[in-house]
Ligand binder design. Structure first.
Ligand code: UGA
Length: 444
């Protein structure tokens, strides 16, 4: 199928590259000339495991079939992905157009839909035959109606609008695209439904076909529910700390009830990233605008903020005054396997420590370059041991595998005092205490 993807951010690129891998003829479009030139040379604007290889494979025909998890393209012909800055040229031959542009938050928390509006206008004005316009960016419910109204005013040919939210996790996005728990398509015509069913036919997953509004709501409701799960377990972790219970055992005990599920019950310093914090606020704003409140989500946010404050208190409990203390930080990204630091708990934690007068040394396997524009007056180290050397304590803020395999004997020798405050529970409390660390973690 000929498809166009507008927006080459995380969602757009993964979608484009994966649809190409499935044998479709894909054109990726972005207004940013530099990004497009780089993509033509195979240079990615984001880090996502496996994406570089898959992009290379789908721009240059190697004649090889994919190995392992990405093996869905069988005997389909090879169409190298095209890149362009022109919506007119890029959508000319496409039957399906995915809108994957950014919907960043305004100061009110509401999503800024100006980019969606802008590209919709351009699509409508350049159309000369039927198109299915699919919103993939995370948008408030009833955005589809707005897109449709705008298209009706401007388009001279037939079209359909659909919603097809993405549920990709950063760091696992390619796997998630090829092996989703479900595919959601919100449509209002048989034609649109059949096109999307055909497009997703190679992917083996349940397909939930809904109206457009329900599909839009599924996205916000899913992210809000997952964030609620995290705040719930974090609130329970605080009770564990006061009562001597162990949050990992509690999470296991409740998670094995299949109605609850064991995923997303890892207690820690809270959720970050560009999705949960933004989508929670946007969902609350949607509720407010239609005259209902969703205070549950406000509390989810409050607990998330509280986790960072509690983490700082643990450091203060261990070091007393923070002025001129050297605090080593391992992990800056909002989660492992990404360089993304948007709304990462590390930012607030480090800035608060700096306000208290502490000196900060940091290391992250991927996020160091990104961090340099966000965190000032920080000593950037080239490995975890350099961070530990001479530090008054070591804080773990992201659960990278690399940190789980540290030589802890060496770390202990390098630290000024053997204090580790683990915000992601990556070590066994008993083992750490046996090794002579003053070890604090979350909910145990
Ligand atoms: C999230 C959703 O999981 C995806 O389904 C969705 O498509 C995506 O948002 C989006 O809307 O685009 P992502 O933000 O990549 O994906 O990250 P997650 O893996 O969901 O983690 C989010 C945050 O929750 C991280 O900071 C992580 O450390 C935290 N978390 C996660 C916990 O603190 N505990 C857990 O048990 C799980």
């Amino acid at each position: 199928m000929k498809i166009a993807i507008i927006g080459t951010g995380h969602v757009g690129l993964i979608t484009g590259v994966c649809f190409a891998e499935l044998g479709n003829e894909v054109t990726c479009i972005d207004a940013d000339e530099v990004k497009i030139q780089n993509l033509k040379k195979g240079l990615l604007p984001i880090y996502e495991p496996g994406l570089q290889e898959l992009l290379a494979k789908n721009t240059v025909n190697t004649g090889h079939m994919s190995q392992g998890l990405i093996s869905l393209r069988l005997k389909s012909p090879f169409y190298p992905i095209k890149f362009t800055t022109s919506i007119k040229d890029g959508t000319k031959d496409a039957i399906v157009i995915f809108i994957c542009v950014g919907t960043p938050p305004k100061s009110s928390g509401e999503a800024d839909l100006s980019a969606v509006e802008n590209v919709t206008m351009q699509i409508a004005e350049s159309m000369s035959d039927y198109k299915l316009v699919v919103e993939k960016s995370t948008v408030p419910v009833r955005t589809g109606i707005r897109i449709k109204q705008l298209m009706e005013q401007r388009a001279k040919t037939k079209f359909d609008v659909a919603s097809n939210p993405e549920f990709l996790r950063e760091g696992n996005a390619i796997y998630d695209f090829m092996h989703p728990d479900r595919i959601v398509i919100g449509v209002e015509s048989e034609r649109a439904k059949n096109i999307l069913l055909e497009l997703y036919q190679p992917i083996k997953a349940p397909i939930v076909v809904t109206d457009i509004e329900s599909a839009e709501l599924i996205k916000h409701a899913s992210n809000s529910f997952l964030a609620t799960k995290i705040s719930f377990i974090n609130a329970v972790a605080l009770i564990c700390e006061k009562t001597g219970a162990n949050i990992e055992q509690v999470a296991q005990g409740i998670g094995l009830d299949h109605r609850i599920g064991k995923d997303f019950l890892n207690a820690g310093i809270g959720f970050g990233g560009f999705c949960f914090p933004k989508d929670l606020r946007a969902f609350r704003r949607i509720a407010e605008k239609i005259g209902t409140d969703f205070n549950l989500l406000k509390e989810v946010e409050n607990i998330n903020e509280e986790m960072k404050k509690r983490f700082i208190s643990k450091i203060e409990d261990s070091l007393w005054n923070l002025k001129d203390k050297v605090i080593g930080v391992l992990g800056l990204a909002f989660k492992p396997d990404t360089e993304d630091m948007r709304y990462a708990p590390s930012i607030d934690i480090i800035k608060t420590l700096q306000e208290e007068g502490a000196k900060i040394k940091v290391y992250d396997p991927q996020a160091m370059n990104v961090a340099k524009s966000i965190l000032k007056d920080v000593e950037y180290c080239s490995n975890p041991y350099q961070v530990a050397e001479g530090s008054d304590c070591l804080c773990i803020l992201t659960e990278w595998d690399e940190f789980k395999e540290l030589d802890l004997i060496k770390i202990k020798k390098l630290l000024k005092s053997p204090i580790i405050i683990d915000g992601r529970n990556i070590f066994s409390k008993q083992e750490m205490q046996k090794m002579g660390f003053k070890y604090k973690s979350i909910g145990r």
